[in-house]
Design a protein around this ligand. Structure first.
Ligand SMILES: Nc1ncnc2c1ncn2[C@@H]1O[C@H](COP(=O)(O)OP(=O)(O)O)[C@@H](O)[C@H]1O
Ligand SMILES: [Mg+2]
Length: 329
């Protein structure tokens, strides 16, 4: 551009000797313009390029020299990149804030859950030491209560260990083919005592009694079934009924656990699988749930690539359902 102005100026000057002054002016102007252009291009552009290179290397992108090339509009390009970078940092910060909140909530919940049984045990022991020990009946009563609180603490710590393993992402899967029907009988036996205490009957639905071969981690699915059946007892009515249905769905089996207990209001359904979420906080604590049962169920099914759903109606009952793959699915 500068040389074009110079050539035009010279041509005009040569053709018209009276305009020597103008020619000189034009030449000086063009020279100044040229110098400015050169300074911008050489120094500022090089500086921007250097800054840009630094940004690229701090972003730790393994790239070739080519990735440091700027286009015709270096300022615009750097501006866009900085905008993009700032957006990424904002979303990273939001993520970090969310994690921090999650961590704080979790710690708060764990402390709160542990506080109750610890205070109870402390109370019973002090009462015994303060004289109740002399009364054999009172002693037995307080010791039984202290033992229940200790069991609650153990259950909570066990569930916390399970959930932290599941959430760490390093969970080991022990895949095997097994008969779900057999596993159900085993789980029925293990919750039988609890069910009897409330006269709740647990059975496999009529028509769902064939062997059902599935491919899964047996121990984990056992835990899923224990948690769901325990809930159907905790939140069932005395003399109630819990039924397990297994349905053939081509490449999978659908397992449904239904009770005719308290039921759950629709407003709670979406939060039911969150850690420590309880519909009726007072009741569930006194009944002994850790508040982690359904969160564990959800995680355990997710590591199988499966999901869980729930239907419920207050006063009618609840149905929890999940799928399991057949072998070779
Ligand atoms: N079968 C059910 N019927 C009614 N409510 C249920 C049932 N299963 C779970 N819930 C509700 O979901 C909440 C969360 O369950 P869970 O994660 O197992 O914790 P916990 O049983 O220890 O309270 C329970 O506190 C209860 O309010
Ligand atoms: Mg539970």
């Amino acid at each position: 551009m500068v040389s074009a102005i110079l050539v035009a100026g010279l041509a005009y000057g040569l053709g018209n000797p009276q305009s020597e002054v103008m020619l000189l002016g034009a030449a000086t102007g063009a020279l100044v313009l040229g110098m400015v252009y050169f300074i911008i291009n050489y120094f500022i552009y090089r500086k921007i390029k250097k800054i840009y290179k630094t940004i690229c290397s701090t972003k730790a992108i393994v790239g070739s020299e080519g990735s440091y090339l700027l286009n015709e509009d270096p300022i615009g390009q750097v501006y866009d990149e900085v905008q993009q970078w700032s957006k990424e940092q904002t979303s990273k910060k939001e993520e970090a804030d969310q994690l921090e909140k999650y961590r704080k909530d979790f710690l708060g919940n764990v402390s709160h859950e542990l506080k109750t049984p610890i205070f109870n045990i402390q109370g019973y022991i002090h009462t015994l030491l303060d004289g109740a020990m002399d009364d054999p009946e009172a002693s037995l009563n307080f010791l039984k209560k202290a033992a229940r609180s200790a069991d609650r603490m153990e259950a909570l710590v066990k569930d916390l260990l399970i959930i932290s393993e599941l959430e760490s992402g390093s969970v080991k899967m022990d895949w095997e083919n097994f008969d779900l029907q057999e596993l159900l009988q085993d789980v029925f036996d293990s919750v039988d005592h609890k069910a009897r205490q409330r006269s709740i009957q647990i059975q496999v639905k009529a028509g769902c009694r064939a062997p059902f071969m599935v491919r899964a981690d047996r121990k984990k699915i056992r835990q899923v079934l224990v948690n769901l059946l325990s809930n159907s007892i905790y939140y069932g009515n005395d003399h109630g009924l819990t039924q397990v249905g297994v349905y053939d769905m081509d490449r999978q089996f659908l397992v449904e656990i239904s009770d005719n207990g308290l039921g759950i209001d629709a407003e709670h359904l979406s939060r039911l699988f969150e850690r420590f979420y309880r519909v009726d906080k007072g009741r569930s604590r006194s009944e002994g749930g850790t508040g982690l049962g359904l969160a564990i169920v959800k995680h355990m099914l997710e590591v199988h690539g499966q999901t869980i759903h729930v239907r419920s109606s207050v006063g009618v009952g609840s149905t929890f359902g999940f799928t399991l793959d057949k072998p070779n699915a």
